[in-house]
Design a protein around this ligand. Sequence first.
Ligand SMILES: *Cc1c(COP(=O)(O)O)cnc(C)c1O
Length: 387
Amino acid sequence: MNTSFCEIILATLKKCLPANNDIVNLHEPLFCGNEWNYIKECIDSTKVSTVGNYVVQFEKMLIDFTGIKYAIATVNGTAALHICLLLSGITKGDEVIVPALTFVATINAVSYCGAIPHFADSEEQTLGLDPYKLLGYLKEISEIRKGTCFNRITGRPIKAVIAMHTFGHPVDLEPLLELCNRFKLVLIEDATESLGSFYKGRHTGNWGKLSALSFNGNKTITTGGGGAILTNGESLAKLAKHLTTTAKLPSRWYFKHDYIGYNYRLPNINAALGCAQMEKLPDILENKRSLAERYRRSFMSIKGIKFFIEPNFAKSNYWLNVLLLENEYHGKLQELLEITNDSGIMTRPAWNLTNKLPMYKDCPKMDLSVAENIESSLINIPSSAFL
Ligand SMILES: *Cc1c(COP(=O)(O)O)cnc(C)c1O
């Protein structure tokens, strides 16, 4: 009886998952409602694109669920982030504080504005930005001049912070907001992973000036591809709608545009899928949380690894479930990925820290030791709502 560490983890995973011979993917959509009906209606009526009522209906459903005042549906989450940054006044040569531990889209959106990502560290409690460590760092390297925060080393203005709710777990938003007020920074939330996640009772995406959601195929709900901008500002919402619909002025037939706009609107057929998915969101979240609970209980007694649970101020959607290897077991990550994927249970490591990617390797950054530690210890495990 000499079962290896990785074999024990594999057996524990199997115990939590349905017993069959199918491959268990990391995250698959669940279609169990009106998806077919609504899409058929789009096709039967030919309203698959810019005409039709599903976009408005979908936006209304997002507003009702998140408690936000305005939601603007977009083609994807990256486009939503791009507009959030533009409407926060981010322009060429500005710096934007971003987590190093994130999907590359967060960082790319900053680049689309000609701005420079400035990488910040994570905290173990949330896997997201550490507001206290960031506070100490900004005190050291920045100064406020005429109401604008400047990086004393690069001389560039630091304009905003993007909080990304990692795998659905909310960042500690209150101290982060306090920091933003103190340093005159705009808070933007990358809530692309956190539909259904709440911080201190209020939905994520409802704390920043502007926020982005994603409905990509692997997210909690999907529209095929899609996203949304959330804001509580009426004029911001109007501008967001305007910019995402080619900045076209209302007219019966003339094409008049008053900005360089974007074709970022969500097609009606995708919004139809979104409406059907939103109807099922509460069930999806319940299923995801109960799978997480099963994982939590099963991994409680396993030595060398822990199942990541929501921070105490949060109610998380458990979008992608997380296991973290304890320090002495970091060397097992590769073997664990191999043994699970070879057995048909799909697992995945964290993203490589975005500051190490070739196009971002020379950007400013603070000490990233916690993010680095998470990078070498994290493994995502199957998280679909039907499991
Ligand atoms: C999914 C995701 C996005 C982008 O969403 P798309 O809809 O795929 O463009 C952005 N940031 C993070 C952290 C994501 O996980």
